[in-house]
Design a protein around this ligand. Sequence first.
Ligand code: 13P
Length: 287
Amino acid sequence: MLVSAAEMLKKAKAGHYAVGQFNINNLEWTKSILATAQECNSPVILGVSEGAGKYMGGYKAVVGMVNGLLEEMNITVPVALHLDHGSYDHCYKCIEAGFSSVMFDGSHYPIEENVAKTKELVAVCHEKGLSIEAEVGSIGGEEDGVVGMGECADPNECKMVADLGVDFLAAGIGNIHGKYPANWKGLSFETLDAIQQLTGDMPLVLHGGTGIPTEMIQKAISLGVAKINVNTECQLAFAKATREYIEAGKDLEGKGFDPRKLLAPGAAAIKATVKEKMEIFGSVNKA
Ligand code: 13P
């Protein structure tokens, strides 16, 4: 059964580790992540962007697929199904479809409007037992057509949004989605420290988990980050393994063109990537 992410992230923050949010794009992705979480005895959050939700046939199709896999694969570790960077309307669609968690990305609204909409969604989510993430200070880079400018969040705004009752908070600290440019200045630990001092026990979320050096990840966890989002790294691993398989000509030999065989190396590459991240984040054996 899907669970809200509130409890697992509270435990993670108190235990000084982070739970990975791995975004899903299809059945292979989802199976790989769930199997790895079970093998690692780790809690996990399946992230779904609006674009990926549409690609997979809609939010109800995603909920059906994930719930079916939880049962058929005998998954016993805590799993949350979370809308990633949701708009106001799509938060409602996911609540209705059976997600167990949503992120309302109101970072592009003026702060007053972000606050009003967040408050309303917090009440609806909590009434229905879902967890809710909010964002302050947009995360840079591009993800699914959503372009953020990459700024450091204002710690006072973070405190204000945290006080609205959200379960976890994404704050921009110089992180960006996708690959980091060569001249990237790194994460702003000063900002993170100031945010954590004002928001206390609130689990903080680090978006743009791809390509952040391990030491920076660990320092961020020590300063209150309890959820780390990873998407591009799984995409790269999947694409690379699939390309190698095709370039080796295996897809044309024997039954190699069978999609179950064609997509198997990519699925294995995702498993390896997720396992490595769970080890770095410290969530292994924390289910
Ligand atoms: P990356 O694509 O950089 O891993 O970021 C993922 C993310 O933050 C999803 O919200």
